[in-house]
Each structure stands twice: as structure tokens, then as C-alpha cells.
Design a protein around this ligand. Sequence first.
Ligand SMILES: Cc1cc2nc3c(=O)[nH]c(=O)nc-3n(C[C@H](O)[C@H](O)[C@H](O)COP(=O)(O)OP(=O)(O)OC[C@H]3O[C@@H](n4cnc5c(N)ncnc54)[C@H](O)[C@@H]3O)c2cc1C
Length: 544
Amino acid sequence: MSKVAHYLQEHLLGEVMTSADARNYFATDGSIFTITPSLIVYPRNENDVRKAARFTWQLAERGRIIPITPRGSGTDHGGAALGNGIMLVFPAHMNRIVELDPKNGIVVVEPGLNYGRLQQTLHTHERFLPPFPASYEYSTIGGAVANNAAGEKSLKYGTTRGYVKSLRVVLANGEVVETLRLNKRDLNKKLGLNTFEGEIYRAVDALLEENRQHLEKLDMAVTKNAAGYSLADVKRQDGSFDLTPLIVGSQGTLGIITEITMETEVYNPTKDLFLAEFDSIENAEKAVLALRDLPYLPSAIEMVDGQLLELVDRINPNQLKGIVTKPFPKAVLLVEFDDVDRQRKKLVKRAQKIIEDYAAHHEYETDPAAQARLWKVRHAASSVLSHSEGRLKAIPVIDDGVVPPEKLAEFVTGVYKLFASLQLQIAIWGHAGDGNLHMQPFLDIAQIGDRQKAFRLMDEYYKLVLSLGGSTSGEHGDSRLRAPYLQQVYGPEIYAVFQKIKQIFDPYGTLNPGVKIGVTLGDIKPLLRTEYTLRHFYDHMPRS
Ligand SMILES: Cc1cc2nc3c(=O)[nH]c(=O)nc-3n(C[C@H](O)[C@H](O)[C@H](O)COP(=O)(O)OP(=O)(O)OC[C@H]3O[C@@H](n4cnc5c(N)ncnc54)[C@H](O)[C@@H]3O)c2cc1C
């Protein structure tokens, strides 16, 4: 065992592991990459996290860099939950609901808590967290906060960032801070601190002031955007200041989250649901835009395309039986309303009119069991993810582009052309209401030809997304995979601000290096695995 492992074992309460088995297990996440950590720590409490960070800081001061990668369930699609140093694995012990106030819906949690378990608990109090990712049953709340996760309900409710009130964060040097919105007076107190925290407040404040005019470029025409660092809401017009929105979505590159305080929404299990079939993507887009124009947004406008239906019909036909029949439409939308107030009836009526105007056929359900049957069409996307055709697997390389909703049809048509030019099979699903679509090409990443194809596809795809005024990621984050494209999303001035942010919080580069900032395609190409499997996730799937 290395000296580092010995030191940590002696000083931490949590387990420290260096066995080849443990290191191999944590050498993959949901991405196409692999990096073997040198040791694994299961922190028991915040103090363990603090000590680990303090230790790596002291080594860094002496010129030895040992990266720290915080990890939830490792479902990250872009390799952000990988690292070659210390892997801090939170679900083992730091997985509790610390406090839940059902009256005001505020919940305080540790980061390793399973998202599904939290959601179930909230439901029993008639509350819920709306921006849950599709992977919520087997991922953690800490991972969702660090990735600023979003999902099918984000159209109406927004992303995770909107629900995080405050955070406890271990900084690169082991100091523990609490982030929350500060008024001018409290900000001044922070600015005067003679600590690393004080340095961070002073440097971030100065950086935002110096770059006011560049920061306007952060505001893109997309409804959600997980690329880069979120600087827009740190300092408000009224002078108030909050580092929370910056830490949310920072993927472990600015600090390690040890406690999260979140707001929740009232949960209404009664919903109205439409399933609408369209003869063309253009008609589906028209319906999406008209639905977005309603006085209140639907709680979901989700899509699967005809190509996905064809594929699912081939690999798992029972999933569509009695719901959508052949010849398949070009697109299916699921449109849901969950409002609690009396407005809902009116809204549903107006939505019905829109759907009748543009759809070739539709169904409408209020009964929960009948609705669950319709949702099976959207959830059929998971059959695509777990399917393999010989050695070909659906791999996440262009899984999360987002464009302005009025570019939806252009986006889909462009993607069809791109896949056809590379002779690849296509299937599209995702959040049509947000212009955020998912797709995973079938490739064998053991083959050099397919590896090259994956990178050609990425280049062309991200060019397409950016040409439509979109962003490389709506909800999954830059991670390692999309980090090389980050400068193209915002341009050199904003990218330089992001680099300075990273430098302020992490001067020695110990916090999850190789993620988000300072990454080239040359850095990530050697990290490709030779086999892509989902084996890893099944360990986290709920079992009864
Ligand atoms: C099939 C599938 C579907 C998915 N669907 C969605 C979706 O709908 N929406 C969506 O947003 N994402 C989705 N994802 C991506 C991913 O599952 C989510 O972002 C999820 O929230 C990550 O949680 P996790 O516990 O697995 O985090 P991990 O993968 O373990 O980590 C994710 C990031 O968070 C950081 N992190 C973890 N814990 C901490 C901490 N305590 N402090 C600081 N940083 C930390 C890690 O370093 C890493 O950068 C999907 C992934 C898969 C495989």
C-alpha cells in the first residue's frame, strides 16, 4: 500500500482501498472512457473529506499533485466521475436525509443519497424534486447537483440549480464553507476574511466586475444549458452574491459538496396526458412551439422519433404493442399537464386544439394506469441503450445537444443527414419542449475505424448544434467528453473567464482535473475504453 493510502487510512474514519478489484470497479463510469484511480476512499463524514482535501493540498504545495474525484453512482455520460488519484465515493456512508420539513418542503441531504430514495420519501409528504434525471433510480442527489441535472419535467420546472438553496462545500485546501445568497453586508464580511474562502470571494467578485460585458454572452437562446460554469446568477443587480449557482454544475472541479439544502415542489399525482403522432417533424415542431406559447407550460413535452419506434419494434416489439401501430409516425410527442389549480382544465382544452391542428392521431388519458401505458413509448429509449447488435453498442458521444425550440426540425433533419453520411443507424428521443434531444450511435469502440467515426461524428454534430444557436449540453455537462468543445460554445473571452474561475478555486489543479476546463481532443482520445458496457449501472439498480 502506498504512503498516501497509509496516511489516509490512519487519519480517516472511512475505508481506504487500493486493491486491483476496487480500482478496476471505479475505473469506468457511464462514459466511453476509462481511468484507473490510485485509491478509493469511502468518507464517513465531512471531516474525512476535509482531511483528504487538506492532505492533497499540502502535497501540492510541495509539488506533488494527487487529483481528487468525488463520485456518486458513476452514471456520468462523459467521464466526469473518473480520475487517476483519490476517488471519494459518497454513496457508501454519506447518504442520509439530514432534515426534512414537510411544511415548507425544505430538505437537507448528504450527497451520496440515492435520488430515487429521496424522491420516494418526498412523495410520502406530497412533495417532489422536479428536475430528476432519467437515471434517478440509480444515481445520487450529489451527482445531480454537481451536474445540474435536468429531465422530463424541466420544461416547466427548470433544472436542479433552481432548487438548491445552500451547500456545504470542502474547498481545495480542506476549508469548509457554506454557500448561500448573501446581502451586501454579509458579502463585505466574506470579502474581509483572511482565509482561502475570503480569497475566493474577492477574486470571483473582481473577475465578475472586470468581465461584465463578456458575461452577457453567457445568455444563449436555449432554454437550458449545462456547458461551462454558471456565472450569470452569482452577483445580482441588488449587490447580493451567491456562490451556490456556480458550484452547482461544476462537476467536482471547484469544490467537494458535503451537504445540500434544497427546496421541493408540491407533488400532484393527478395528471392529464396526450400521446400525439405526427406525419412530419415539422408538424411536431409547430405543435411544440404552440404548446410552449400557452399561458402556462405543460409539465412535459417529450419526443421519440419514427426511427426509434422502428428499432424498438425490431428488438422489443411488445413495448409498443397496442399503443403505436405500423406504419409508424415520423414523431410521437407526450404532452403532460400537472397543474394543481383550476387553470388546468382550460389549458388542457387549448392543448387538445393545438394537437388536433398538427397531429395525425392522438390519445388522451387521465387514468394513471392508462398514462403509464402511454409513457412506455418514451421509456422505450432504454431498450435502445441496453441493446447491442453483435459488438455494436449504443455509445454516448453526442447524447445531449440542445437547440432553441424553433430549430427542432432543422436539428433533427441535420442529424438524419449526418448519420446517413456515416452510414449509421439513428434513433432520437428526448425533451422536445426544450429542444434537447438524445441519441447514441451504434459503434464498436474496439475497432479503430469506429473510434475515428465517433470523433468525426462528434465534430460534425457539435458544429451542427452550434450553427443552430445551440449548446453542446442541455443537462449532462461538459465532463471530459465535451470539454474540448467548450471554447467553441462561448468564444475565447468567456472561456478565459472560466479558466480564471478554475484557477481561483483550484490553484494546484487537484480537484477533478481533466474535466470541463483545459481539455483537448488529444487528451481524451487515449482514454477510450475497448468495450462499452452498462454492467456498472446494474449494480445500482433497485432490487426488491
Ligand atoms: C441512462 C442514463 C440516463 C441519463 N439521463 C439523464 C437525464 O435525464 N438528465 C441528466 O441530467 N443526466 C442524465 N444522465 C447523466 C447522469 O446520470 C446524471 O447527471 C446523474 O445525476 C449523475 O449522478 P451520479 O450519482 O451518477 O453522479 P456521478 O456520475 O458519480 O458524478 C457526476 C459528477 O458529479 C460529481 N460529483 C459527485 N458527487 C459529488 C460531490 N459530493 N461533490 C462534488 N462533485 C460531485 C462527479 O465528480 C462528477 O463530476 C443519464 C445517464 C445515464 C447513464
